[in-house]
Every structure is written in structure tokens, then in C-alpha cells.
Design a protein around this ligand. Structure first.
Ligand SMILES: [Zn+2]
Length: 313
């Protein structure tokens, strides 16, 4: 999982980050210090002590004073700031971007990929933070709060699958995963993805908004029986959502939903046969197929145990 710095950098992949359990060897830190000079982040090779970073602590140097600013406002990252993106952050993003060509030039592909994820995606990371706050608020005021966790699990599943699918647009995938139930007809009476669009408009390009909405619309199980999403991102998010209806969490959700709607136990069990047991064969991606096989086996084991314990009335 990502560990966001106040400015949106992802510390979990940063070659400077040394907080537990992300310790680096002296050799690794020295390599980073040399890389920093090669890129132009420093004008000489600094010491390992100077290159090592333990995260956003007040005593750590922060060129844009972002750590202090967030601490003063009592927020974790700039994503929660009403003034976002302020002048300082616009400058911070611009300076970060200005180093990208040099990184492409002097870094190996692997080094570049690490720096891209650690630093060049800070705006996307902050956007994702804002999306999480948005859906948390949306579900809190509309659905008793319980769907935020489902959404976050779907996002986790989707990003896990995305890692193994080359050519996937991770930002589209992540936003579609986070917003996939924002206009769920069981919870909201919106048309044309209104809730999702309300968040996205003004934050990303119009054509990417359409791609995200198309992705969201291809996810629903009941509305898309037998239909395979056209895009890779749609396939991933659909798999991610369906995985969350399987395994232990699928069982827990089924009975929680049944209880909430006053359904007897047997009626909830029928849902396994009508939907959950069919999902294994409806996965689109290889990773999801593997994850689904394990979760399906758990569903079957649970049902056979339940069958033994239940009595015929
Ligand atoms: Zn869902």
C-alpha cells in the first residue's frame, strides 16, 4: 500500500525512505545519493545520513514547507486542504515535472519507474485521496457508512490486478474502482453517473471522465450479465468488484445484507447459488481467476459445512 507524504509523494517506493519496515542498506543509500546527483536533485553526492528520510516529520527538510503547513492545518496531506492546489503546490508540481526529462535520460527503466511512482504521480495520489474523502462522505450521508469499506477493498483488488496487466491505465482503474458504486441505483437516485461526475469534473480531462464513467457502467453484475467490458480497465474493476462478493468477505456481506433486509437465513443462502458461485467462471483477467479460485473453494467449503449444521424443517 502507498504511504503518502504530505505533498502526495509515495514514500513506500521512495529509494530514500528508511522508516520501518522500509530500511535501506548503506549501499542502497549511496546508490540513491549518486543517482540524486546524476539527476540534479543535489550538486554533489551527499552522505547516507543526508539522503535517508524517515518521512514527513517536522524536523525533516521540506523545500515547500508542506509538512509544516499541513501540521498547522491539522491535516495529513494537501488533499484535505480547502486551498488545494495553492500557489506553493502548483510550483512544487511544476518543479517536480521539470526533472522528469532528465530522469528519463539518466535512469535505467527500473530506476525511472521507481521515481515516477515515488514523485511524478503526486498529483494523481492526492486526487485519489480526495476521491476517498468524497466517497466516504457520500456513503456516510446516504448508505449508513458501510459501503466505503467495500469500495476500498475493490480499489485494493483492482490495483493488485492492475500490477499484473500491462498497458493498463492505473489512474482510470483506481478512480473507476473508487467511484464504481457512487451512483449505485440501490443507494442513489442519480442519472448519468451524476455523483461520479460531480467529483471528476474540473479535476481531470473530459475524455478521461468519459472513460471512467464507461468503466463504471460496465461493472454492475445485474446490468451486465454475460457482457464482457470493452476496456482493460473495465475488465479489471469488474473482476475486483466480483472478487469482493466471494470468499469470507462475500459470505459476511451476504448475511449482513440479508439481515439488514429482514431475510431469513435460507434466502441468503440461495443468493450463493444465484450469484456468488457463478462468479468464478466470469472473471476476465488471469490474476482475478487465480484469486477467485481460492475464494470459490472457501464458499463451497462454507456451504457444505452449513448444509451439515442446518436442519430440514
Ligand atoms: Zn461494488
Amino acid at each position: 500500500m502507498k504511504i503518502l507524504a504530505a505533498c502526495g509523494n509515495d514514500c513506500s517506493v521512495c529509494p530514500r525512505y528508511t522508516a520501518l519496515p522500509y530500511e535501506k542498506t548503506g549501499e542502497e543509500l549511496q546508490h540513491t545519493a549518486e543517482l540524486w546527483m546524476k539527476i540534479g536533485y543535489r550538486d554533489h553526492v551527499v552522505t547516507n545520513d543526508e539522503i535517508a528520510c524517515s518521512g514527513c516529520r517536522p524536523e525533516n527538510r521540506c523545500r515547500y514547507r508542506v509538512i509544516k503547513c499541513c501540521a498547522e492545518k491539522g491535516i495529513k496531506t494537501c488533499a484535505a486542504c480547502p486551498a488545494y492546489p495553492c500557489e506553493t503546490m502548483r510550483e512544487c508540481f511544476a518543479v517536480t515535472r521539470s526533472f522528469e526529462p532528465k530522469c528519463r535520460e539518466v535512469c535505467s527503466d527500473a530506476e525511472y519507474e521507481i521515481l515516477k511512482r515515488a514523485f511524478f504521480e503526486k498529483e494523481q495520489n492526492l486526487l485519489i485521496e480526495q476521491a476517498i474523502s468524497y466517497i466516504s462522505e457520500l456513503f456516510r450521508s446516504n448508505a449508513g457508512g458501510h459501503d466505503t469499506e467495500h469500495t476500498l477493498r475493490v480499489r485494493r483488488n483492482a490495483m493488485m490486478i492492475a500490477e499484473t496487466e500491462s498497458g493498463c491505465d492505473r489512474e482510470i482503474t483506481e478512480l473507476a474502482a473508487l467511484l464504481h458504486d457512487a451512483d449505485d441505483h440501490k443507494l442513489f437516485h442519480t442519472e448519468n453517473n451524476r455523483n461520479a461526475r460531480t467529483f471528476l469534473e474540473g479535476r481531470i480531462d473530459a475524455d478521461r471522465i468519459e472513460r471512467i464513467c464507461a468503466c463504471i457502467n460496465s461493472v454492475s453484475f445485474s446490468r451486465n450479465r454475460g457482457k464482457i467490458p470493452e476496456t482493460l480497465e473495465g475488465k479489471i474493476v469488474q473482476d475486483a468488484d466480483r472478487l469482493d462478493a466471494m470468499g469470507a468477505v462475500g459470505i459476511a456481506r451476504t448475511f449482513a445484507y440479508g439481515g439488514e433486509h429482514g431475510r431469513p437465513l435460507r434466502e441468503s443462502v440461495q443468493h450463493f447459488h444465484d450469484k456468488l458461485l457463478l462468479l468464478k467462471d466470469e472473471m476476465n483477467t488471469e490474476t482475478a481467476k487465480q484469486l477467485a479460485a481460492k475464494r470459490h473453494a472457501f464458499l463451497e467449503a462454507f456451504l457444505s459445512e452449513l448444509d451439515e449444521e442446518m436442519i430440514d424443517l
